[in-house]
Write a protein that binds this ligand. Structure first.
Ligand SMILES: Nc1ncnc2c1ncn2[C@@H]1O[C@H](COP(=O)(O)OP(=O)(O)OP(=O)(O)O)[C@@H](O)[C@H]1O
Length: 228
C-alpha cells in the first residue's frame, strides 16, 4: 500500500491518502507505524547525519503513545485518540516535512478507570522514573494515587514502565521537544496525579467543605508548586 501510494504520487504528482480503520485491537496503530516506516524508508535521505525528518516522524509514535494510549479490555496499547499524519515529499520523492494532528482524546480516562483497564501510560512511566525525578515530582508507587488505584491493574505484561519512561524522554528529544518543555509537560502529568489525591470533608458552615487532612493538603500544595 505504501509503495503503491508512493508510486502514484511520483508518477502523477498528486497527493495520496491512506485511511486505516477498524475496531479496537484490529491493528490500526501497528499498521500505521509500518506504513510510516516504509514511507520514511522510501523518502529517506542517505548520508544525512544527526536528526533527520524521517527519524523525527517515526519517533513521534512513542511520544503520542505515552500520552494517548492506555491498556483497555481489548488492547494493552489502545490508542484513545485519532490522528491525521501528513508526510510531505519534495519533487525528488524525499521527505521534506511532516505534520501530525490529533483528535478526540478520551479525557474521562484521566479521572476514572476501572479494572482491568489502566490510565494513560505516561502516569505509570513517570512513577517509574529514575529516583531524582521521583523526588522532584514528589511521586511514589502508582498504587498510592487515586487516579491509578481505582483499577487493580497497575502493571501490564510486556510493558516495562521504567524503560518506557526513558524511551519517551529520548523520543521527545528526537522530535525536538526541549528539556525545558519536557520538564513542563511532566510537571503537569505529576500535578494531575497529586490533584487526584486531594479529598475534602464537610465544613462547619452550610454547603461548605474543607481540605480533609494533612495528606490531602500535601497533595494540594504539591500540585500548586508543580503548576507554578
Ligand atoms: N502487524 C502486526 N504484527 C504483530 N502484531 C500485531 C500487528 N498488528 C497488531 N498486532 C497486535 O495487536 C495488538 C493491537 O494492535 P493495535 O494497537 O495496532 O490495534 P488498534 O487497531 O490500533 O487498536 P485501538 O483502536 O485500540 O488503538 C498489538 O498490540 C499487537 O500485539
Amino acid at each position: 500500500m505504501s509503495l503503491t501510494g508512493n508510486r502514484q504520487m511520483m508518477n502523477e504528482g498528486k497527493s495520496n491518502s491512506i485511511l486505516v480503520s477498524g475496531e479496537s485491537g484490529a491493528g490500526k496503530t501497528e499498521t500505521t507505524k509500518l506504513l510510516m516506516r516504509y514511507l520514511a524508508f522510501l523518502g529517506g535521505r542517505s548520508g544525512t547525519g544527526g536528526r533527520t525528518v524521517e527519524q523525527q516522524v517515526l519517533e513521534s509514535n512513542p511520544v503520542l503513545e505515552a500520552f494517548g494510549n492506555a491498556k483497555t479490555v481489548r488492547n494493552n496499547n489502545s490508542s484513545r485518540f485519532g490522528k491525521f499524519v501528513e508526510l510531505q515529499f519534495d519533487k525528488s520523492g524525499k521527505i521534506s516535512g511532516a505534520a501530525i494532528r490529533t483528535y478526540l482524546l478520551e479525557r474521562s480516562r484521566v479521572c476514572q478507570t476501572s479494572s482491568p483497564e489502566r490510565n494513560y501510560h505516561c502516569f505509570y512511566f513517570l512513577c517509574s522514573a529514575p529516583s531524582e525525578d521521583i523526588k522532584k515530582y514528589k511521586l511514589g508507587d502508582p498504587s498510592s494515587f487515586h487516579y491509578l488505584n481505582q483499577s487493580s491493574c497497575i502493571r501490564v505484561d510486556g510493558i516495562n514502565d521504567a524503560e518506557e519512561y526513558l524511551a519517551t524522554r529520548n523520543a521527545m528529544d528526537m522530535v525536538g521537544i526541549t528539556e525545558e518543555e519536557q520538564e513542563a509537560i511532566f510537571r503537569v502529568v505529576a500535578a494531575v496525579l497529586h490533584l487526584g489525591n486531594i479529598s475534602f470533608a464537610k465544613g462547619t458552615e452550610a454547603d461548605s467543605s474543607v481540605i480533609k487532612d494533612a495528606k490531602a493538603r500535601f497533595h494540594l500544595n504539591t500540585a500548586g508548586e508543580l503548576l507554578m
